[in-house]
Write a protein that binds this ligand. Structure first.
Ligand code: UN1
Length: 511
């Protein structure tokens, strides 16, 4: 067992607090659940979940904290994030080890996830001096017209098991510099990672005199906790990452009270491989995107659309790579594919493969592995399924390593197949032909939020805006100007003259 003291855990033998409001960790008054490692299915801790009443307390504390936090100059808020980054750098390895234990990621990917937190901190610190508004030419004499971006209010963040640290960090580090306290509902499958993050944040807060600890709180629970956040009128923004049904439920609740939601939901990501593609690069990119994180990224490559002239040889080469993939305990040297999160996930994968078979799919791999892997974990051979683009199953995102391979003849046909799904997160084309590449990036090309050339669909950098269209939910998080979602845009008109000219030339009481 890991020595988790550095991450704030005294003993995992005791139940863990499901509520952490600012500095104060409290037992949840809800159900007690076990936290299970997907590596071997063993119980690693138990946790007392939060009740809706406790969620309300956390929101109330965040609202109080907001009153002060919004007045702290943004570069000083950035200083908090800089100190958080110091904590994360110091604890990078142990935090990655906890991610491996709780989410089953291989160490390379777990370290990469912590690096995303560090990167978004660095980005947010710079941003804290760049929350720019426009100045606008006024049509009236002696008037100034300008925009300010002001703190929005406490933000509710709902995140999934597959990125138990980074997705919250994208939201929270940006939210903090924007002046918004954060109330986080992590996945109940990965609560220890959330408690560790809260511990590191509180350590950073304690080094500064002027930061209310309640700028960051964690409430761990199930759907009732998420719904309490979504319906809370004191949270002007709910940022939710996870499945499409979850996002639909959250967005509907938030819309009822006319709040804002920022959604980053399912992807069903596709890649076109054109005849001119560099197949060496394409195969490595496909393998990382399709089997990395055991197919459990929202950016995982799920649909490969390959030109007829190269399809047979590409599938054969991919199968060869798939046969040699080291699958098993993520802590074992050299392993590249760890476990699925739980047995329900394994069952969904088998059900999808069975449906694909019934719809004419030719299946390679996909079976459960029982030998040479830790008992109690769900280990699978990633699957390659050759199938018609008309099969209904290719419309669905199954959160497991299943790669559907379809064939095309013309680029227009490939793009039509590519765009013909309800989701629109990430996409890619492999081609050496610049006209094809540019066409894929053009308005007539991919309809996704992320469109790549000669790299895979997953593994985005934090500097770009992250998110997608259609049922992916339309939200953008992380880099670029995504910060604007976390702020209130204010338009100011200032009259420094001695007359009162009205806009649009209207004359009123001015003789
Ligand atoms: C997710 O799966 O929810 O682009 C996020 C990527 C990572 C983030 C994935 N940077 O694959």
């Amino acid at each position: 067992m890991l020595d988790l003291q550095a991450l704030g855990f005294n003993s995992l033998q005791q139940p863990q607090p499901g509520v952490w409001i600012g500095k104060s960790a409290e037992m949840g008054l809800g159900e007690k659940i076990e936290v299970v490692s997907p590596i071997d299915g063993s119980a690693i801790a138990s946790i007392q979940l939060a009740t809706p009443a406790q969620v309300n307390q956390a929101v109330e504390a965040a609202s109080q904290a907001f009153r002060h936090w919004r007045t702290v100059p943004a570069p000083q808020r950035g200083e908090l994030v800089r100190r958080i980054a110091e904590q994360v750098r110091q604890h990078k390895i142990i935090l990655a080890e906890l991610i491996t234990l709780e989410a089953g990621k291989i160490p390379q990917e777990a370290l990469g996830e912590v690096q995303e937190w560090i990167d978004i901190c660095d980005f947010a610190v710079g941003l804290s001096r760049q929350l720019y508004g426009l100045t606008i030419a006024s049509e009236r004499p002696d008037h100034r017209l300008m925009e300010q971006w002001l703190p929005l209010g406490p933000v509710g963040a709902i995140t999934a098991f597959n990125f138990p640290v980074a997705v919250w960090a994208w939201n929270a580090m940006i939210g903090l510099v924007c002046g918004d306290p954060m109330v986080w509902k992590p996945s109940e499958k990965t609560p220890l990672c959330a408690l560790a993050c809260q511990h590191l944040v509180q350590r950073a807060i304690a080094t500064l005199p002027d930061v209310p600890p309640e700028v960051c709180s964690v409430v761990i629970g199930k759907v009732d906790v998420g719904q309490t956040l979504a319906s809370h009128p004191s949270l002007p923004l709910i940022s939710a990452t996870g499945s499409i049904p979850m996002g639909r439920a959250v967005a509907t609740t938030v819309a009822q009270r006319l709040g804002r939601s920022l959604l980053e939901l399912g992807g069903n990501n596709g890649m076109i491989v054109a005849p001119s593609a560099n197949l060496e690069l394409a195969i490595r990119a496909i393998a990382f995107a399709a089997v990395g994180t055991c197919g459990q990224r929202c950016t995982t490559l799920r649909r490969l659309i390959v030109h007829n002239s190269i399809a047979d040889s590409l599938v054969e080469r991919l199968q060869k790579v798939y046969r040699s993939l080291p699958i098993g305990d993520p802590n074992q040297d050299g392993v590249l594919v760890g476990p699925l999160i739980d047995s329900a996930s394994g069952e969904k994968m088998q059900a999808a493969l069975e449906t694909a078979r019934q719809q004419g799919g030719k299946i390679f791999g996909g079976d459960r592995i029982t030998e040479g892997v830790p008992k109690g974990g769900v280990y699978v051979h990633p699957a390659i399924v050759e199938i018609s683009p008309d099969a209904a199953i290719v419309q669905e995102e199954t959160f497991a390593p299943i790669l559907y391979v379809m064939r095309y003849e013309t680029l227009e046909e490939a793009i039509a197949i590519h765009n013909n799904v309800p989701q629109g997160l990430s996409s890619a084309i492999f081609t050496e032909n610049f006209r094809e590449a540019e066409y894929f990036l053009s308005p007539a090309g991919s309809d996704c939020g992320i469109v790549n050339v000669n790299i895979g669909t997953s593994g985005a950098e934090i500097g770009g805006a992250f998110g997608g269209e259609k049922e992916t939910g339309g939200g953008r998080e992380s880099g670029s100007d995504s910060w604007k979602a976390y702020m209130r845009r204010v338009t100011n008109t200032i009259n420094y003259g001695t007359a009162l000219p009205l806009a649009q030339g209207i004359r009123f009481l001015d003789n």
